[in-house]
Every structure is written in structure tokens, then in C-alpha cells.
Design a protein around this ligand. Structure first.
Ligand SMILES: C[S@@+](CC[C@H](N)C(=O)[O-])C[C@H]1O[C@@H](n2cnc3c(N)ncnc32)[C@H](O)[C@@H]1O
Length: 334
């Protein structure tokens, strides 16, 4: 049986799957789960899974969840996040774009997005939120340039609208990312701890999010700024996304797209609340989009309650049958 943490093989669109207990096996050794290979990491609760398009994703045994679809990490990222959010189209057309990611994880969605912006010289401000920072030694085991090349060869339809040298751009962005991520881990984390949340040189979207009393716990937010190029700016905030639900002063219409990618509602119930989704509605522009892998009915109902019009749209090649696209309902800014 295939490991199916995001419910790709479940035609009802629910997010059930094989549980971690079915993955149990000796730590420290490679093993197969069905026809997929699992590789141990330095952290015994994390394993690499070789997904069906050849790219890797992490399995977090503590929550029995994968960071990306086991059917293809790159395929999911390109389809569910870059394409469905229209980030791909905007960046391809040279439209300056601001994106928010909930659940930054391995940085895969960011790296692919920043590579597209770099390839087209389009201004991009990307803000990623996560409460856990993965160690650079782990992330340096990824080779996204090669993995992207392989995934695009397997699913040529994903290459539509991508420049021919896209995998090369991906490799360049990953290199930049790792350089800053390592520096951030070794000494900048404490330095970046802020009282007020505003620092000279921080891109406008990140500054607006951190300024004043937007975030209830701004004083405990740690940020890392990654200048991928002079037009492509990435800021990662280490924070609990659930706290956004309590914020009363979030800036409105800050982002053109939101990649909503926490673990499933069963594992991260505090992130899929109506309050957090209301915060998302406030942060996205009226013409923006929120995308996710999760199409659960309760999530769609909550999205509708806070002023989104949620739809189930076709999933990535070889992956989940349906994924989520939520468009703001006109005139319903909470
Ligand atoms: C599915 S993974 C994200 C994968 C990621 N988008 C990528 O490209 O690798 C889910 C992420 O959500 C994060 N997360 C879970 N609960 C959170 C919370 N309350 N606040 C912030 N991040 C959270 C986890 O630490 C994890 O990195």
C-alpha cells in the first residue's frame, strides 16, 4: 500500500490516509513503504520520502504527515500553489506580486515561486510563516534543480508557462536560500528577535505585517530576511500562525495570493479555525486567491463564513483528485 498522507487515493477528497503506525520500522535504515522509498534523517522523527515524480518530501512521524504530496512534491507545489494561485501567471506577466505562505516547511513552494520571479525579473515579496525551522543540514540534502528537471520531464504539462531554464533558476534560488538559512540559524535568530517588529531594509509586506500591534505576539516573532535578488525578497517569520486569529489590527489586502499549507485539520486544528481563515481573508486582496491541498467540507464551510468563495478544482497530475481554490467574495471584508 502506498503512503497516502494527503488522501491522493481517496476519491471523496477527504484527507485520510495510511497512519504513521503503518510506517513503523527500524530507524536509521532505508526502507520501502509500498513502492516508495523512505530514507532516515539526522532527526529520528523525520524521514525523507521519495515521491512519485522523483522529488523528496519529509515525513514528520510525530504528526504522521508529509510536507508535500507523496504523489509528487514538485508537481503538487507547481500545480496547487504556483498555478492555482495565479502566481505563475502574474510573475510570468511581470506583475509585481506579494505572497503569503502559511507553513513554510522545507521552503519548496518558496524556492519554485522565487525561481519564476527571478527568471522573469518580476518583483516578488514573499512572506513565509512557520513555527518550526528545519536545520540547514537537513535542507541541504535536497536538490531542487535536479528534482524539478525530473518532475517536468515526467509531467510535461507542468512546464507550460515556465521558462526553459527554470530548473537552473530553481538551483540558484536554493543556493541563496541555504546560504541565508544557515547564517540565520547559526547566529541571527537571537539578533532578529524584535520588540517592535520593524527593521530597516525589510520589504514592505513583511514590515506592514510586523508593524504596530498587528500581530498579538510580535515581540516573540523571529524573522529571517533572504534577498534572493534585488527584485525578489523573502522574509520568513517564526511564529505560531494560530495567533493571527486573535489579531484585531491586521493590515488589509496585503497579499495577492496565500499558499495555505499547514498540516491537515486533524493535526493542526488551531490553524484551520474560522478566526485564522478570517485573518487570511483580511490579508488577501479582493482579486487575490487562497489555495490549499485540503478540500474538506468543514474547511470550505468556514471559508464561506469568512467571505471566500471556495471551489474544488482538479488536483496535480498523478495526485489528489481535487484541491482547494478560494476566491474572495466581493464586498465581504471582515
Ligand atoms: C505541510 S508542511 C509545509 C510544507 C511547506 N509548504 C514546504 O514547501 O515544504 C506544514 C508546516 O506547517 C507548520 N505548522 C504547523 N502548525 C503551525 C502553526 N501553528 N504555526 C506555524 N506553523 C505551523 C509545520 O511546522 C510545517 O512546517
Amino acid at each position: 500500500m502506498k503512503y497516502d498522507p494527503r488522501g491522493e487515493n481517496n476519491t471523496s477528497g477527504a484527507d485520510s490516509g495510511v497512519t504513521g503506525s503503518q510506517l513503523a520500522g527500524p530507524l536509521g535504515r532505508r526502507r520501502r513503504v509500498g513502492d516508495r522509498m523512505m530514507i532516515p534523517t539526522e532527526d529520528e522523527t523525520l524521514h525523507w520520502l521519495i515521491t512519485d515524480d522523483g522529488s523528496r518530501t519529509l515525513i514528520d512521524d510525530a504528526v504522521d504527515q508529509s510536507y508535500h504530496s507523496a504523489s509528487g512534491a514538485i508537481a503538487e507545489s507547481l500545480h496547487v500553489y504556483l498555478r492555482n494561485s495565479q502566481a505563475l501567471r502574474r510573475l510570468g506577466n511581470g506583475q509585481p506580486t506579494r505572497l503569503l505562505e502559511v507553513g513554510f516547511g522545507t521552503g519548496t513552494n518558496m524556492i519554485l515561486t522565487a525561481a519564476m520571479a527571478r527568471a522573469r525579473s518580476t518583483p516578488l515579496e514573499y512572506v513565509g510563516l512557520d513555527q518550526r525551522w528545519l536545520p540547514p543540514s537537513l535542507l541541504s540534502q535536497l536538490d531542487w534543480g535536479q528534482a524539478t528537471d525530473k518532475a517536468l520531464a515526467m509531467h510535461p504539462e507542468l512546464a507550460a508557462d515556465l521558462p526553459p531554464h527554470f530548473p537552473l533558476e530553481v538551483a540558484r534560488v536554493q543556493e541563496q536560500f541555504l546560504r541565508h538559512w544557515s547564517a540565520g540559524w547559526s547566529h541571527s535568530v537571537a539578533e532578529n528577535r524584535r520588540e517592535l517588529g520593524v527593521r530597516p531594509g525589510l520589504p514592505a509586506a513583511a514590515t506592514a505585517l510586523l508593524a504596530g500591534d498587528s500581530l498579538p505576539e510580535a515581540s516573540s516573532v523571529v524573522s529571517l530576511h533572504i534577498p534572493v535578488s534585488h527584485r525578489v525578497q523573502v522574509t520568513v517569520l517564526r511564529m505560531d500562525v494560530a495567533t493571527l486569529g486573535a489579531s484585531r489590527n491586521l493590515p488589509s489586502e496585503l497579499f495577492d495570493g496565500i499558499y495555505f499549507d499547514p498540516f491537515s485539520p486533524d493535526k493542526n486544528p488551531d490553524v484551520w479555525t474560522t478566526d485564522v481563515l478570517r485573518a487570511m481573508r483580511r490579508l488577501v486582496t479582493s482579486t487575490g486567491r487562497l489555495t490549499s491541498y485540503c478540500v474538506r467540507r468543514t474547511v470550505r464551510d468556514a471559508l464561506r463564513d469568512v467571505g471566500f468563495s471556495p471551489q474544488c478544482v482538479p488536483g496535480p497530475p498523478g495526485g489528489k483528485r481535487q484541491v482547494l481554490l478560494a476566491i474572495p467574495t466581493i464586498g465581504l471584508l471582515p
